[in-house]
Ligand binder design. Structure first.
Ligand SMILES: [Zn+2]
Length: 489
């Protein structure tokens, strides 16, 4: 999680409304189809894209790495020259997200996550993703659907900030970590694949890179399924927006076969030297989940979830779920000089009156206030306990915990302990936590998958993780002097 500006969110909601009222009918130059779906003139697309670019960056974070940003932008601009639409000015941005993801927003704004950068194994694979996303833009794939997708993604955060806790908690409980962008239709995916391969070929890449990267994504999905339950943060976001099926991979192979082989250089060496050192997994901006602890060195705090809670580190909140309760943590702002009690009553709970008399407490030296109320959620009465902690003059951190009604005593004890574990980090404590990074190396004679995988800083599935990271099948062996990726702490 990180702090998010309400300004950005509001802009998004405006965008959603805007898309719904526009409609038109023209022939699309990329697909040759007549389009009747909601869409708008290019200038308006550009305006909306630009307005929302900052909101996307607030949500996902700009990846601080001038070399990587310039590299991705260069590849993107090179591919974009070969499209049918010259009315779009493209902007390519690497976002600071650990999940494997790429998405396009009308107006030519294309975003690639650093998680995807870490997964790809050469420049052609990255180019295939960029080509596919450009395909969604040139084909004008449902601006409406995309904007709704982004809205859905931000919806929980917005609800939670507006809390009215029960609605937010109900959402969090039912959606959990699966709260991601809306999917494109199968038809649109096929069309974007087709256009992407066309642009890939025109830009001088081997079009078979498209199927290779889809296979890489499929392997990543299988690995995540294997790990699932142990690390809820590893949600393969790309799959929920761009569904991958065997049929889609087969089709991509066939589409690529229509083009003559033109390049055997997939620019692996250039690609690897560019991503060497890229942050892998959670960053200081996202905060770290370590066991049951959540640590945010940038914001300067730490707390622990009770044992057995599955933790999801979402962009604007951290959610812990057990079989019978859900605990949502987030941040908010109060007026300077406003007491935490006043904040609770007049800001957080301004739309409620059915809560118990707020109780003033102290959490590791910080003034805090807590209350509870009961409300219906999914047809059952649930108890919600909320706690607001004054971190400093304006920053508030909040816990909202929803349990069965009446809450079992053991759960209450666990949750109370969790909220009281919230503390500020000292400079020395902050320095203890560092992100993992990708490191590129040349294999030596005698290296094996097992020997190399043994060194990666994970406790489980080391070999599978190493194989997937490097696009190795179960039979592939290590070739001396070839370049590989590993993860270092
Ligand atoms: Zn797609």
């Amino acid at each position: 999680m990180h702090l998010i500006s309400m300004h950005g969110l509001k802009t998004f909601f405006k965008m959603g409304v805007f898309f719904l009222v526009l409609s038109g009918c023209t022939t699309n130059l990329a697909t040759g189809e007549k389009q009747f779906t909601a869409f708008m003139p290019a200038e308006q697309e550009a305006k909306i894209g630009a307005e929302n670019h900052q909101a996307i960056l607030d949500e996902f974070g700009y990846y601080e790495g001038a070399t990587i940003q310039a590299y991705v932008n260069n590849i993107g601009q090179k591919i974009a020259k070969h499209t049918e639409r010259d009315d779009v000015k493209y902007t390519f941005t690497v976002v600071d997200s650990p999940v494997v993801n790429a998405f396009a927003v009308p107006g030519g704004y294309i975003y690639i996550s650093r998680g995807l950068m870490a997964l790809a194994n050469d420049e052609a694979e990255l180019a295939s993703v960029i080509g596919h996303e450009i395909g969604h833009i040139t084909a004008r794939h449902s601006a409406q659907q995309q904007s709704q997708g982004v809205l859905a993604n931000l919806g929980l955060a917005a609800l939670s900030i507006a809390t009215d806790a029960p609605a937010a908690l109900g959402q969090a409980a039912s959606l959990g970590a699966d709260l991601y962008l809306k999917s494109y239709s199968r038809k649109h995916e096929h069309q974007a694949d087709e256009l992407g391969i066309r642009y890939l070929y025109r830009a001088g890449y081997n079009p078979s890179a498209s199927a290779e990267f889809l296979e890489q994504l499929e392997a990543e999905g299988n690995l995540n399924a294997l790990i699932e339950g142990k690390n809820a943060n590893a949600v393969p976001e790309y799959f929920s927006t761009h569904p991958i099926t065997t049929d889609r991979i087969d089709r991509t192979i066939q589409l690529a076969a229509n083009y003559p082989l033109q390049s055997t250089d997939d620019k692996k060496v250039t690609y690897f030297s560019t991503i060497d050192g890229i942050v892998y997994g959670e960053s200081p901006r996202n905060g770290y989940v370590r066991g049951q602890d959540f640590i945010h060195t940038e914001l300067g705090f730490k707390f622990s979830f009770p044992e057995g809670y599955k933790i999801s580190n979402l962009p604007t909140q951290v959610v812990g779920q057990s079989s019978n309760s859900v605990m949502v943590f987030d941040g908010a702002k109060k007026e300077a000089g406003q007491s935490i009690q006043d904040y609770l009553i007049n800001v957080w709970l301004k739309n409620r009156s059915d809560y118990a008399v707020p109780e003033t407490i102290t959490v590791n030296g910080m003034p805090a206030v807590t209350t509870s109320f009961s409300a219906l959620a999914s047809g059952k009465t649930r108890t919600t306990r909320i706690i607001a902690i004054a971190f400093d003059n304006t920053q508030v951190y909040r816990f909202a915990i929803q349990t069965a009604n009446p809450p079992p005593a053991t759960i209450l004890t666990d949750l109370k302990r969790a909220t009281y574990s919230f503390k500020k980090l000292s400079a020395a404590e902050k320095a203890q936590y560092k992100p993992k990074r990708i490191k590129v190396f040349a294999a030596k004679a005698g290296d094996t998958v097992a020997s190399l995988a043994a060194r990666i800083p994970f406790d489980d599935h080391k070999e599978q993780r190493f194989r997937v990271l490097n696009g190795l099948s179960a039979r592939d062996t290590i070739q001396p002097n070839k370049l590989y990726k590993t993860i270092v702490e």
